[in-house]
Unconditional design. Sequence first.
Length: 234
Amino acid sequence: RADQFDQMVVEASGVSNQRQIMDIAKLDPGLSPNGAIVLVDTPQFLNQLTDSLIRDAVLTQVKEADILLLNKANLTDQLTVEAVRKTLDKQQSDCALLINDQDYFDPRPLFDSIHMASSIAEKNMALVDTKATSDHWHGHTHDQFHSCVLQHSKPLDRHVFESWATALPPSVIRGKGVISFTESPHQQWVWQKVGRTYHLELSSITSERSSKVVLIGTKGMPTDTDPKIYGPFS
């Protein structure tokens, strides 16, 4: 029945260790661990750090998060929000961070907007000259998020690609794509990124030599004209 689900989302308690929960997915061949999103209670976070009973658990969650979401920011003042941001930055400066200052937060861009952006990109790329070596597309998948699609018609150097993927700025919160490498140009790899982590998995597709990725980021994500973003897709 696993193939009936696109993804499985586990909601854990406020003092749980998300990394131990993620380890369960590593033991099941039918599951692939994706990423851990930690919701930070913005009005209460600084007080939680003064509580010796939960301080260590809270800091462990922050340090092991792939994406940090400052929740309930609209229920406190801007000085508190900035103080929480600075505290989080000291604990994990390279983690993707989102701020929810609305009564409701739509989580879909964190999970399925990759598919939405890719679908939109397919329609736009239908008008692109297929002789071009590389093509970029960018748009807005949500008011709080930006997206771009990068594609290259030739295989990429794997070392260059992985260096680029590792160096992507924290404002890039998700990424997904199909990559062809020069070392094995007739094979393709599925690349997925959540927060700081990414993984590559060999695809069953063997006929394509092109590569395409979709990036989803915060409003602070650089545009696709920035070398930090387009990297080997230049």
